[in-house]
Design a protein around this ligand. Structure first.
Ligand SMILES: *Cc1c(COP(=O)(O)O)cnc(C)c1O
Length: 220
């Protein structure tokens, strides 16, 4: 077994039933993605649209591509034909453009609403209040976008209590949207290499793991 395969196996062993592992392959060469693919990995996450459209034709067509980064609306058209799930829907402008491009492609594109749960102000996302106002109108305004749930990123800190609290807050809000607003949601994307075990404890259904699979990324 090569290292990527070993890492994938070690993480999969810790995953509860029904949790999806998205392998975050940003900055990594195609050979690394191919190794993960050969080890059975099908969900891959990238945070830049340029990189997604470069890599997508180089891997087999049964790969499910996830856009996990901040979305520049003028580039949505390039991924609209093939993207599986957009995690970082953080403002209504993204929904408007996504709906338009999905309609032109004759498809429905799945996405997650990103919620701002971290203390750092530079992380993107909606406030929960905005989302509660928005969700009753999603289907009528954006019929070509199917929202499947929520995504969030915890504060980058060593304080595991704080991280666990932020994940719990997001999970509570996720369940409130389902119970109070009747949303048919099944996806709660939270947890990365450093904090996915805390996220799983809080009820994550999708973790986005990069460096624990592919090794550290070199800083740009
Ligand atoms: C890079 C990235 C990840 C993965 O980070 P690791 O710490 O390498 O696991 C997860 N989510 C988002 C949004 C990212 O940009």
């Amino acid at each position: 077994m090569n290292l990527i395969e070993q890492n994938l196996t070690a993480i999969r062993e810790k995953l509860p039933e029904g949790v999806t592992l998205v392998a975050v392959s940003k900055t990594k060469p195609i050979e690394d993605l191919q190794e993960a693919y050969n080890a059975g990995q099908r969900d891959f996450g990238e945070n830049k649209i340029q990189e997604l459209i470069y890599k997508q034709p180089l891997l087999p067509s049964d790969v499910r591509w996830h856009m996990i980064g901040h979305v520049q609306t003028n580039k949505i058209k390039y991924i609209a034909p093939f993207i599986h799930l957009i995690h970082g829907i953080d403002r209504e402008k993204v929904l408007v453009e996504l709906n338009k491009r999905a309609e032109l492609e004759g498809r429905v594109i799945m996405g997650l609403l990103q919620i701002h749960i971290a203390q750092e102000s530079e992380k993107f996302g909606f406030d929960t209040k905005d989302v509660e106002n928005l969700i009753p109108h999603l289907n009528e305004r954006y019929p070509h976008v199917q929202i499947k749930g929520l995504m969030g990123m915890a504060t980058f800190t060593r304080d595991t209590h704080q991280i666990a609290n932020e994940f719990k807050g997001l999970a509570d809000f996720f369940h409130r949207c389902i119970e109070t607003h009747g949303m048919a949601w099944d996806t709660l994307s939270m947890g990365m290499s450093g904090d996915y075990e805390l996220a799983l404890k809080a009820g994550s259904t999708m973790i986005r793991v990069g460096s624990s699979i592919f090794g550290a990324r070199s800083p740009h």
